[in-house]
Design a protein around this ligand. Sequence first.
Ligand SMILES: Nc1ncnc2c1ncn2[C@@H]1O[C@H](COP(=O)(O)OP(=O)(O)OP(=O)(O)O)[C@@H](O)[C@H]1O
Ligand SMILES: [Mg+2]
Length: 412
Amino acid sequence: MSKINPFQPNSPVAPGMFAGRLDEIQALEKGLEQTKYSNPMHFLVTGERGIGKSSLLNYLKPLADGSIKSPDFERFNYILISIAISERMSLVTLIKLIERNIKRQVGKVEKVRNFLDDTWEFIQRIKVMDSGVDKEQSSEDPDLIIDDLAYSLSRTCSRLTAPEKDEERKDGIVFFIDEADNASPELRIGYFFKVLTELLQQNGCNNIMFLAAGLPDVTEKLYSSHESSLRIFSQLKIKELSPEDRYYVIDRGVEEGNRVNDEKTTITREGKEHISTLSEGYPHFIQQFSYSAFEFNNDGEISAEDVLSGAFNPGGALDAIGSRYYASRYHEQIKSDEYREVLSIMAENMNAWTTKKYIKEKFSGSEQTLNNALQALTSRKIILRNQSKRGEYRLQQKGFALWIKLFGERKK
Ligand SMILES: Nc1ncnc2c1ncn2[C@@H]1O[C@H](COP(=O)(O)OP(=O)(O)OP(=O)(O)O)[C@@H](O)[C@H]1O
Ligand SMILES: [Mg+2]
């Protein structure tokens, strides 16, 4: 009989297996508390692919809407609006999504539904032109649209926080805006946040919190569309999980597996150590190595060998991680074996600065080829050139470095 694998390398983690992030959760809960008492705070969660941004957002949702009570605060009672930004999303689509989310959640009572229809009536007036390639462009000035949005949101939020008779009182609204790095330049996301938060404040609306998440380059996107937009947000940079947190994830996973399967599974101390070390704390590596070890094990006890086979065998964890996150960059964007050799040499130092001299000593090709490689990899933003120290380079992403490093070890 096949066993249900409790590890989830392909989706944000279930609350029961969620590990760590105590400081971030504390900061976010404090933000909820402040916003509830009319001192709104906004957060920007940044971190590499697969580091756990969406998982953190998902963890906060049941706390924010009161499905779960946080030990440190009274039960919150927010309306949640969850939106993932896509590359093609226009301002009009974004605003329509906001409207739709609000109506879905609070428009069940007829009286409130009528109020919402009235308050969000401006959306019906926005004329949309088809500007090709799936893009909707409004003929109306974006400033006017944002102004209308701010007004409608403020009215909605006032009604929620100071409701009429028989209506439930809410703490306010929390926006969860994931994948913000996808925002196209036309969406002008920095400008959007900056202007919207200022207008909300002017309209006396102080119970709305924005929580945005994205890859580290989201900060440049925000900055380039409005220089001071970053100042709205407290930034939470998500890092690797500590060894204790890694063990916690593995233990909870094994427990969960034993809860749902008749056949019981254990894991040896060495098995856990291997997952912890190989993953270097990258959550998606932990989940994938654990998943593959669980799959590979066939005697009820996950041993160090199961972990290694699950990780390095063809079709195992490294292949899965590669095809999910990195392989296209490694195999398609980097066509030459020599360039890949340069990356492998650099990956030995993970994403720390590495001198060209060091690379040259280990590199099998000519200096000219090395120069070309460094040039090409820099222009593709796969590696970074040290602006303050000549002749130093590093890999942009630690997760990518780890994958290349482990990939190299497979051959040995
Ligand atoms: N705190 C955590 N505890 C346990 N597992 C986690 C944690 N955070 C993330 N994971 C696991 O790591 C993987 C990636 O998580 P998630 O999708 O949240 O990352 P992300 O930063 O949103 O990635 P992306 O950049 O692709 O959107 C998932 O398998 C998830 O289950
Ligand atoms: Mg995500």
